[in-house]
Design a protein around this ligand. Structure first.
Ligand code: IPD
Length: 263
């Protein structure tokens, strides 16, 4: 992808993420329409409304790029050369309960011989007004300022974030990991938005983020932002479509984390 194409896509993604954020912000403390719930998840009408708004704005700027989102997906994404990957509200449970820790996540991905790679990534936290961006080959930024991952190399000095997914299998893995990691790291954090956990790793706030059972739209933007900030974004696909096990870290901690988790 050329630099100009990346720049156009970045502009479109930023505009769409900020527009969705503007819809989220005034609704944080309001009673929200719930479309469905299950034991570990809530789906809001606002998830759907935000995705519709994002879809409309992206299509206005860059028509013909199909979209794969948490709230539904264009049929043509399967054979497309490029696709948008969108989580309109990452951290829906937080947002539903009025906890101001949720974000909009938008990535543009390009097909390669090894699968899709993210070319552009945008994560927007409308409650802190923090916008993280990255384009492949460039630096990661927060509100325009270049950011970098932390430099901590020791697990016993590290702040490690974990995520607890909705699915049973992923949850069981995470419960096991939590038990193993608790005594080996300085602090664990479970904050409920994978997109923000990845942005926080990129920004040096967390040293690592680990979750099994995440979906593509939770990580497509954040993974690129971590890599562009000098960190490592490791992911392994799981048998379920679009599900991944991920380890995002400052570039120093994966093997130490894996030793504990697998040990
Ligand atoms: C969820 C959040 C949460 C993570 C779950 C995700 P959603 O995304 O990122 O932190 O643990 O695995 O599904 O449903 O709020 O968009």
């Amino acid at each position: 992808m050329t630099k100009t194409q990346q720049a156009l896509a970045l502009e479109a993604a930023v505009e769409a993420a900020q527009a969705a954020g503007s819809l989220m912000r005034p609704n944080l403390h309001r009673t929200k329409k719930v479309n469905s719930t299950d034991i570990h998840d809530i789906k809001l009408d606002l998830d759907v409304r935000c995705q519709k708004l994002i879809t409309r704005l992206l299509a206005k700027r860059l028509p013909h790029i199909p979209l794969l989102g948490e709230e539904g997906c264009d049929d043509s994404t399967e054979h497309a050369e490029q696709r948008w990957v969108v989580d309109p509200i990452d951290g829906t449970v937080n947002f539903a309960l009025g906890i101001p820790h949720a974000a909009v996540s938008i990535a543009l991905q390009r097909r390669t011989s090894e699968g899709f790679v993210s070319e552009v990534g945008v994560t927007f936290d409308p409650f802190m007004d923090e916008l993280w961006t990255a384009v492949r080959g460039g630096k990661a930024r927060r509100n325009g300022q270049v950011i970098r991952v932390s430099s901590r190399k020791r697990l016993d000095q590290a702040v490690v974030s974990l995520g607890f997914p909705g699915g049973k299998k992923g949850l069981e893995v995470m419960i096991r990991d939590l038990g193993k990691l608790t005594h080996c790291v300085m602090k664990l954090r479970i904050m409920g938005s994978a997109a923000l956990a990845l942005a926080y790793v990129a920004d040096g706030r967390f040293d690592a983020f680990v979750e099994t059972g995440l979906k593509l739209w939770d990580v497509a933007a954040g993974g690129l932002i971590v890599e562009s900030a000098g960190g490592e974004f490791w992911s392994r696909p799981q048998p379920e479509l679009f599900h991944y096990s991920i380890n995002a870290n400052n570039g120093h901690l994966r093997s130490a984390l894996e030793k504990v988790i697998r040990g």
